[in-house]
Ligand binder design. Structure first.
Ligand SMILES: *Cc1c(COP(=O)(O)O)cnc(C)c1O
Length: 223
């Protein structure tokens, strides 16, 4: 019989230390999350601020919480005190707000640039042009309470391996390019967050260092 800890074990053995696993627990109950927690696993991710805050409040405080969904500037304040990493930075305006809230909380908040690598269907993420503009702005260089750790991207939701491979290769290429040019002296710029339940094996082949897996661990979601 399949169990949540069983699924987790199987996925960990496929990942085999090549990437860090973030268990995406959106829509899942406290009890379901605790089944994973009780195996010693600590890295969870959510895509909605309200749900993230509620779970942070009621679950053990040694959980490392990742924000992987679209983030509105006016909601940054709710997660700034505790969030481990924000995967979904898609504007300088958002980054400025994260910086401001980081300062208020006397901490440096780790972030990733979310890149738009898929076809039209996904609305979120930076284009290469927008990323380069952000990176070269003086404003960006003056943000002392954020730390950029790498990039995140989602491939097109499609059952076509070639497309997915091409999109993941593109993200890896963006990472290599900006690491060399802008983050050469940042030893912590190491994250390529790519790969979900249906495509994480491909992502691992293409150089992912962080996979975000929900339904393959917890079972499918109803909504
Ligand atoms: C839901 C979600 C995931 C995980 O999706 P699964 O298909 O359940 O593995 C990963 N990343 C983001 C940004 C998500 O919203």
């Amino acid at each position: 019989m399949e169990t949540i800890p069983g699924n987790l074990n199987e996925i960990q053995s496929v990942i085999a230390g090549k990437a860090k696993l973030i268990a995406i627990s959106k829509t899942k109950s406290k009890e379901e999350i605790l089944k994973v927690y009780d195996t010693g696993f600590r890295a969870f991710g959510e895509n909605k601020v309200q749900e993230l805050v509620a779970k942070w409040k009621e679950l053990p405080k040694d959980i490392e919480w990742h924000m992987v969904g679209h983030l509105q500037t006016n909601k940054v304040k709710y997660i700034a005190p505790f969030v481990s990493k924000i995967h979904s930075v898609d504007s300088l305006r958002l980054l400025r707000m994260i910086n401001k809230e980081g300062k208020k909380n006397m901490r440096v908040i780790p972030c990733l640039f979310q890149m738009h690598i898929a076809r039209e269907e996904s609305k979120f993420g930076l284009s290469m042009e927008e990323l380069l503009e952000l990176l070269s702005s003086e404003d960006f260089r003056n943000l002392g309470n954020i730390r950029m750790d790498g990039v995140m991207g989602m491939a097109t939701l499609i059952n076509d391996e070639k497309t997915i491979i091409r999109e993941f290769k593109h993200l890896k290429q963006i990472f290599d390019q900006i690491k060399q040019k802008y983050f050469d002296s940042s030893p912590g710029f190491i994250d390529i967050s790519m790969g979900m339940s249906h495509d994480y094996k491909i992502a691992l082949e293409e150089g992912s260092t962080m996979v975000r897996i929900g339904s393959a661990i917890f079972g499918s979601r109803k909504n």
